[in-house]
Design a protein around this ligand. Structure first.
Ligand code: SAH
Length: 485
């Protein structure tokens, strides 16, 4: 071990900071948050440091460095831009056997300030021993995203109840199980929902029983459209806590790769035209049986679980069977495809409303796209509206006919975004008139989203990702668009 990690209690203890620039100010802020009494010594001070002195939160000495400043200090931070002065401070500290941190100078430091993940009273400190602070910072970001903010409140609760837990579970093994239950179960859930009283009550109630029942639950997680960067932090945490993951066909391998290594992954993907009901019944049964065995089940769905994802039906089933659940939203295909194809779905002056519709219907009819009461003779009833069709490519001929019958002009710009947000993304630009033949010509495949409305023409200019195909709609350009990487 190169450095010995130590957590120091600085409350009410004096820490000397030499230097009063912006770098020093950041350290001062950190020390104050740990409750230290901070003395700042410098020949001149940054306005922010002056303001702290005026507010009385620090003691400011505007003078040349004086080793006597160290007399009352437990710890020293040298944060000046003058290396010789920093060395002088470090030497003075060394002579008095006081630990000294020289900011960004591992060689001069007898103590280093780590990168910190603060879930007080839980603190995670990461150090690269001064060799590569960037790596430590990156690691901190990863850890920051993995541990949810409610963990701090849980640790504080455990601290308050420590004696009670020790008394109720005198055996180490039972006590460990109890702490595991605290981390996995409803107590953390209540804290996450900002209900500390409920959390405390659940804990006390569980302590009163001999053993706590295993707490299975199902977390419905939206995996987003494919790019793993579009998974939410909470989704990532759920994937890291999962015992079992029931995943859909649309979930990308890159997202699954982020899950806990020893989670059991079960592919329950459905194909359009397959035996839906039996597949859905199997999913319900799997969720229930795993959750009842006390496992944390993640039901992972492409995009958002509540947008054409049958998430609602799964929740209804879980509610009927008394199984606890949570929902983590995801970025739905419409939003991802709009963003990654440069199509502003509600651009001012072009579209005031947005419809998310499915072209796939249970009984194989096409969804009515506009109000049926609108007579087909009304000119352009949907000017100013963007329509997004999920599951539309397989039913493109019927969908197109329906839109024309509803009164949309044949020149209405449209786009199809295939594999939105994935490296192989292709965006086809056309008009309602040509979209079907163009889609055939380019062999567009599912998953793809059909977007209809003026805003799609903007995407021909603003597209920035993947490959662009087709011709600029409703404009004089007939030349094929350039392909961008
Ligand atoms: N719950 C999902 C939608 C499931 S329905 C969501 O919120 O996105 C499946 C349809 O979604 C596909 O047929 C396709 O139309 C669309 N889709 C999903 N992912 C897509 C992607 N990466 N690119 C384009 N379309 C996608």
């Amino acid at each position: 071990m190169d450095l010995f990690p130590l957590f120091t209690q600085l409350k009410g203890r004096t820490v000397l900071v030499v230097g009063a620039g912006p770098v020093a100010d950041r350290k001062i802020g950190l020390l104050l948050s740990a409750g230290a009494h901070v003395i700042v010594g410098a020949h001149a001070a940054h306005p922010q440091v002056q303001a702290r002195a005026q507010a009385g939160t620090i003691e400011l000495r505007l003078a040349p460095f004086d080793p006597a400043w160290l007399d009352t200090a437990w710890f020293v931070v040298a944060a000046t831009s003058n290396t010789a002065l920093n060395r002088q401070v470090a030497q003075a500290a060394e002579a008095r056997r006081i630990f000294c941190n020289v900011v960004d100078d591992a060689a001069l430091s007898s103590a280093q300030v780590p990168a910190i993940v603060d879930r007080a009273p839980l603190t995670i400190a990461i150090s690269s021993g001064g060799s590569a602070p960037v790596i430590a910072r990156r690691l901190r970001e990863r850890i920051e995203s993995l541990f949810e903010p409610a963990l701090g409140a849980l640790a504080a609760l455990a601290q308050r109840q420590r004696l009670a837990i020790r008394q109720a579970r005198p055996q180490l093994r039972a006590r460990r199980d109890f702490y595991d239950w605290l981390l996995d179960g409803p107590v953390l859930g209540a804290l996450r929902r900002q209900r500390p009283a409920e959390a405390e009550a659940l804990l006390t109630q569980a302590l009163g029983q001999d053993t706590q029942a295993p707490v299975g639950k199902v977390v419905l997680v939206g995996a987003g459209p494919g790019d793993p960067g579009l998974l939410t932090l909470r989704g990532l945490r759920a994937l890291n806590e999962a015992d079992v993951i029931l995943t859909d066909r649309l979930v990308s391998a890159e997202v699954l790769a982020l899950a806990r290594r020893d989670a059991e992954v079960i592919d329950v993907g459905k194909r359009v035209g397959g035996p839906h009901e039996s597949t859905q019944a199997r999913i319900h049964a799997l969720m229930a049986s795993h959750a009842r065995q006390g496992r944390c089940v993640v039901r992972l769905k492409g995009g958002d679980p509540m947008i054409f994802g049958r998430g609602g039906e799964e929740l209804q089933y879980l509610r009927r069977h008394g199984i606890a659940y949570e929902v983590v939203p995801g970025i739905t295909a419409a939003l991802a495809c709009g963003a990654y194809a440069g199509i502003p779905l509600t651009q001012r002056g072009h579209a005031q409303s947005l419809t998310l519709a499915t072209a796939h219907r249970r009984h194989d009819t096409v969804a009515p796209t506009t109000a049926r009461s609108t007579p087909a003779t009304t000119p352009a009833p949907d000017t100013g509206r963007t329509h997004v069709f999920y599951m539309g490519v397989e039913r493109l001929p019927t969908l197109r006919q329906q839109l024309l019958a509803d009164g949309l002009a044949p020149q209405t710009p449209c786009a199809i975004v295939e594999n939105g947000s994935r490296p192989e993304q292709r965006v086809l630009h056309a008009t309602l008139d040509t979209i079907e033949t163009q889609a055939q010509a380019h062999a567009i495949q599912s998953p793809a989203l059909v977007i209809v409305g003026d805003v799609t023409a903007l995407g021909a200019e603003l597209g920035w990702f993947g490959t662009t195909l087709g011709t600029l709609p409703s404009r004089a350009h007939d030349a094929p668009l350039q392909t961008c990487a």
